[in-house]
Design a protein around this ligand. Structure first.
Ligand code: ATP
Length: 298
């Protein structure tokens, strides 16, 4: 009886582990939304630049041929600079990040990294060079340390701890009895949206990518969480070529350039100060957000 019980118990363990890892993989793929047709061309080269320029040249794109989403997008992010994209929901902001990551290819125009069309780069080297802080970070059912080091299993614990500190997670870690070893995810400690996003920032800091894409969460955060994220992002963006897809204008004030999108086109561009002085679409959005944030919470 015991002999039978042990293997069954072991099989149960294997089954649970397998199920867990399949669920994690399935989630990862949903997160990445991978397009099957994307692959390396015959002469694809590896991207080696550590501080590349990112350029969108007359980029046109639609998820379906009958519905154009991007209608000729032009911008350049110089090495180490930060460009922020703002605009109404559905304007096409996150689509820019998906194209840069090559989940899809452009229909017309091109995207270059350090002067090379991204279709001429190996997909793996392009994606390795980009650190994404997504809107909704899915945590794995594992420790905080595992979640920060995800994708870099050989990471040094000191480097992980440094990344956590730079992402302003030290306050949270100090409050947890098991610190970095605390289990999180569906079966562990539930973290707030802002805490999860800081874990994603720590992951990006550890990866230290050449290009950083920050897709800001739409959900509102309390002002403390927002300040922590803004500070963590500023530290991370300081020496990376950064694309920020912003929903809260407070995160874009320090951007080198802000582009305002509407229905797949850029309708305004400039620095925060220049756009306020122009008193157009951005200035109206800014006034609206200032009024909203001044209102007491019901
Ligand atoms: P938000 O601020 O709400 O995140 P956004 O400006 O980032 O919006 P996108 O996510 O880029 O907008 O979407 C632009 C348009 O493309 C939307 O109309 C959306 O419905 C459509 N879209 C997004 N993803 C897909 C997809 N996988 N298939 C078809 N249409 C899509």
């Amino acid at each position: 009886m015991i002999q039978l019980f042990v293997p069954l118990n072991f099989l149960g363990f294997v089954y649970r582990e397998l199920k867990k890892s399949l669920a994690d993989t399935a989630r990862m793929f949903r997160l990445l939304d991978v397009e099957p047709g994307i692959g390396d061309g015959p002469d694809a080269q590896a991207l080696t630049a550590t501080r590349p320029e990112v350029r969108f040249e007359n980029v046109q794109f639609g998820y379906q041929p009958e519905r154009q989403i991007l209608r000729g997008i032009d911008f350049t992010i110089s090495p180490g600079r930060k460009l922020a994209v703002v605009g109404q929901s559905g304007a096409g902001k996150s689509t820019l990040a998906r194209l840069l990551f090559r989940f899809y290819d452009v229909d017309a125009g091109r995207i270059t990294v350090d002067g090379t069309d991204i279709r001429e780069l190996t997909v793996a080297s392009l994606r390795d060079a980009i650190g994404v802080v997504p809107q909704d970070t899915v945590l794995f059912n594992d420790t905080i340390e595992y979640n920060i080091a995800y994708g870099q299993p050989d990471a040094d614990p000191t480097a992980i701890a440094n990344a956590a500190r730079m992402a302003h997670l030290d306050g949270l870690l100090a409050r947890l009895p098991n610190g970095m070893d605390t289990l999180v995810g569906e079966r562990g400690l539930k973290l707030s949206g802002g805490e999860k996003q800081r874990i994603a920032i720590a992951r990006a800091i550890l990866k230290s990518p050449a290009i950083l894409v920050f897709d800001e969460a739409t959900s509102s955060l309390d002002s403390h969480a927002e300040q922590a994220i803004t500070a963590a992002l500023a530290e991370l963006a300081a020496d990376h070529t950064t694309l920020v897809i912003a929903h809260r204008l407070s995160t874009v004030v320090d951007a080198d350039e802000i582009v305002v999108m509407d229905d797949g086109s850029i309708v305004e561009r400039g620095t925060h100060a220049a756009l306020l002085a122009a008193d157009g679409r951005y200035a109206a959005m800014w006034r609206l957000q200032q009024r909203e944030s001044a209102q007491p919470i019901a």
